[in-house]
Design a protein around this ligand. Structure first.
Ligand SMILES: Cc1cc2nc3c(=O)[nH]c(=O)nc-3n(C[C@H](O)[C@H](O)[C@H](O)COP(=O)(O)OP(=O)(O)OC[C@H]3O[C@@H](n4cnc5c(N)ncnc54)[C@H](O)[C@@H]3O)c2cc1C
Length: 170
């Protein structure tokens, strides 16, 4: 059961920083020129997906911390933080892994395996265009290499029709 969570941002009240669904940061992770956000608290603009996101995953906290430190230390050579978000978790003997942004999607379809065997990869279609693009994939009970192959497709935001036809061909 997922009960949801809220970022603990009360301590930022009165700081002059803007808080929405977390600390509002730009694509470089900056809340102001000298203040950066990283991890669960950061609500930053991910240019790869063209949207603001706040990711509550261990991997993202580590990668975003490194990116924020780099941008703070090299202000003239800052790079946007534009990852394909990734997480894994072991729940009741099952490995769950995901790449991409799995919120606000229009459609989810099993592209490998099947639900009955509890081993599957599900692809998520995002809204926007006529046929949509691949927004992310989630795997349950699959080895890491089974889902790793999808990472590039998520990064490239491939057309949904390609995802469906690849699944049919498999
Ligand atoms: C039950 C649970 C299970 C999870 N399972 C997974 C999983 O399987 N896979 C996965 O990828 N992610 C998982 N996560 C999410 C993952 O733990 C977080 O995304 C990650 O820890 C975020 O790191 P962070 O450094 O941003 O924040 P945190 O790890 O929350 O660190 C923030 C720190 O700031 C401190 N702090 C807060 N306020 C103040 C203040 N005013 N002054 C000083 N210090 C302060 C806190 O005490 C804390 O130590 C899970 C989270 C929970 C709660």
């Amino acid at each position: 059961m997922a009960i949801g969570s809220l970022p603990n941002t009360e301590w930022l009240e009165g700081s002059g920083l803007t808080v929405g669904d977390g600390l509002v940061c730009d694509e470089f992770g900056a809340a102001t020129p000298g203040v950066y956000g990283a991890g669960d608290v950061a609500w930053w603009h991910n240019p790869l997906f063209g949207t603001r996101m706040r990711i509550e995953h261990r991997t993202n906290a580590a990668e975003q911390g490194v990116a924020a430190a780099r941008n703070l230390l090299t202000p003239k050579a800052r790079k946007p933080f534009a990852p394909v978000p990734y997480f894994w978790s072991d729940q009741y003997g099952m490995k769950i892994q995901a790449y991409g942004y799995l919120r606000g999607h229009d459609e989810a379809t099993v592209v490998e395996g099947d639900l009955a065997s509890r081993r599957f990869v599900t692809a998520y279609r995002s809204r926007g265009r006529l046929t949509g693009v691949l927004a992310g994939v989630l795997a349950v009970g699959m080895p890491p290499k089974a889902i790793r192959a999808w990472r590039q497709s998520v990064a490239l935001r491939v057309a949904w029709r390609e995802v469906v036809s690849a699944a049919r061909a498999a």
